[in-house]
Design a protein around this ligand. Structure first.
Ligand code: SF4
Length: 488
């Protein structure tokens, strides 16, 4: 194990545990959690770390790792302690690489085709033994999707392995379960599960061979493929493989992906009879350290002792006997948290906002929580409505589809510069959807959103038509008319 060191930020390295990365509100630490699963020892260790060196809370990120802000006075000894419980890379050089993503329900999902946890462990072990991988772009990202009900295929990753079952016999494996390699436009390559690691290694090696390692800002993998072509990249990768990637092309594959339907929240039966998992909503991904301690103990007492972090900034407790579910629900509520997928906070996301990011026009997190508070008092949702606050067009917090996107802006009102939002709805063919309202000031925002939700609940075509789908059926002018009538 290498001795941890605290290095000054050498941007564009992404935040890690061993890189003191400055943010507007202080030092930011990010702990890689491969596959998003932490055991009870790690849960308590992270909580103690955030209590001792942060401000008593942690955030689950959209890569299912943990982030602690406003860090002060951290010492190398503390980092060694965290390494000793298996947190972060044992090689500090690769600590900034992106977290390996996998479905948070791997191994328990009743619909999954294959448990991806062994693949995550295998890749993480490889990364931790190969310091040369520090030359990869910090955006280099890998995900494994086991083909279950909780898909992570819509999350942004540069290399995705998606399990699929082929009805016709491709003839390479006994049970016809393969991984589809999704790499740029090359989405039709089929691999045996045991081939995935060697393919990641080959893809990484080609990157290292072709990128000037002295560059301060490394190009993204996708930009190299756009520049040189995916076929060229695959041919280069084949030099490091014992088989031909291009011969694994299968022209006709069903590429459709089940959209994420909140199967990770609330209570769901597992593939293990008699056991369920429960998905817990964290307000904007935030977890107080006392909540983290308590949930860790809850998982130890009623589950298998692990917490599973999700890229939707929530977490799951798994392996709970069905008879214990009512009690676990009560305990979660006693902590001030919620588990119901229809709760307004279940699908509310916000980027860091102006308290932590100089690019932000608005206090996204504070305003998102204030909106949730207002809506909770005035309306009960019966299906989740995805509301995304972004402080600038970069959209760091969420790249998937939203029903409502609120883009922060500053504008002049009564000769004063005020914070507000442009409101976008539905249709994701455009970056944020279609622009419905411009320059809505903070005071006006809650009432505007409430009007929209009320009209949607009355006029949706069917119960599970999403708010985004509902708005897509109307012109912007008609939508404004409908919402304004509700407000009168
Ligand atoms: S979306 Fe923009 S404002 Fe928000 S954290 Fe990212 S860069 Fe900052």
């Amino acid at each position: 194990m290498s001795c941890p060191t605290l290095e000054p930020a050498t941007l564009p390295v992404c935040p890690g545990l061993f890189y003191a990365t400055p943010a507007r509100d202080g030092i930011l630490s990010r702990i890689r959690i491969p596959g998003g699963i932490i055991n009870s020892q790690q849960g308590h260790a992270i909580a103690q770390f955030a209590e001792g060196f942060g401000e008593g809370y942690v955030h689950v990120t959209n890569r299912a790792n943990l982030q602690i802000r406003k860090i002060q006075g951290i010492t190398p000894e503390v980092l060694t302690t965290l390494q000793n419980v298996g947190l972060a890379a044992t090689l500090t050089e690769v600590d900034h690489l992106r977290n390996i993503m996998a479905s948070p329900t791997a191994g328990i999902d009743s619909l999954e085709l294959i448990d991806t946890r062994p693949l995550v462990r295998e890749l993480d072990a490889y990364i931790c033994e190969h310091p040369e991988l520090k030359g990869l772009s910090p955006k280099f990202s890998v995900a494994f999707d086991g083909g279950g009900a909780v898909s992570i295929c819509e999350q942004k990753n540069e290399v995705v392995f998606r399990a699929m079952s082929l009805s016709d016999d491709w003839g390479l494996v006994e049970n016809n379960i393969y991984f589809q390699l999704i790499l740029g436009d090359a989405t039709n390559i089929l691999l045996k599960p045991e081939e995935c690691l060697s393919v990641v290694v080959a893809i990484a090696q080609v990157y290292l061979d072709n990128v000037d390692q002295t560059l301060a800002r490394k190009p993204r993998l996708k930009h190299i493929m756009q520049d040189k072509g995916v076929e060229w990249y695959l041919q280069q990768a084949e030099r490091y493989l014992a088989f031909s990637l291009l011969k694994r092309l299968k022209p006709t594959l069903d590429k459709s992906i089940n959209p994420q339907k909140y199967h990770h929240l609330g209570v769901h039966p597992q593939q293990q009879p008699g056991f369920s998992y429960i998905g817990i909503i964290l307000p904007l991904g935030q977890l107080l350290t006392k909540q983290l301690h308590y949930l860790t103990d809850l998982a130890q007492t009623y589950g298998n002792g692990t917490l599973r972090l999700t890229p939707w900034q929530n977490l799951l407790i798994s392996d709970i006997p069905n008879s214990s579910i009512p009690h676990v629900k009560d305990e979660i509520e006693r902590l001030g948290l919620h588990w119901n997928a229809n709760h307004i906070q279940s699908s509310l996301v916000a980027c860091t906002g102006k308290t932590g990011c100089a690019s932000s026009a608005t206090d996204t997190k504070g305003q998102a929580l204030a909106l949730a508070d207002y809506l909770n008092k005035h309306i009960t949702l019966d299906v989740p409505v995805k509301i995304h606050f972004s402080g600038c067009p970069k959209s760091c917090a969420y790249h998937g589809k939203s029903d409502i996107t609120l883009l922060g802006t500053l504008f002049e009102k009564n000769k004063t510069l005020v914070e507000g939002y442009h409101i976008y709805v539905g249709d994701q063919e455009q970056a944020f959807g279609r622009k419905l309202y411009t320059n809505v000031c903070i005071a006006e925002l809650p009432h505007r959103i409430l009007q929209m939700l009320r009209v949607y609940q009355i006029k949706r075509a069917e119960f599970d038509e999403s708010l985004g789908e509902f708005t897509n059926r109307y012109t912007i002018a008609k939508l404004r008319q409908l919402f304004d009538e509700e407000g009168q």
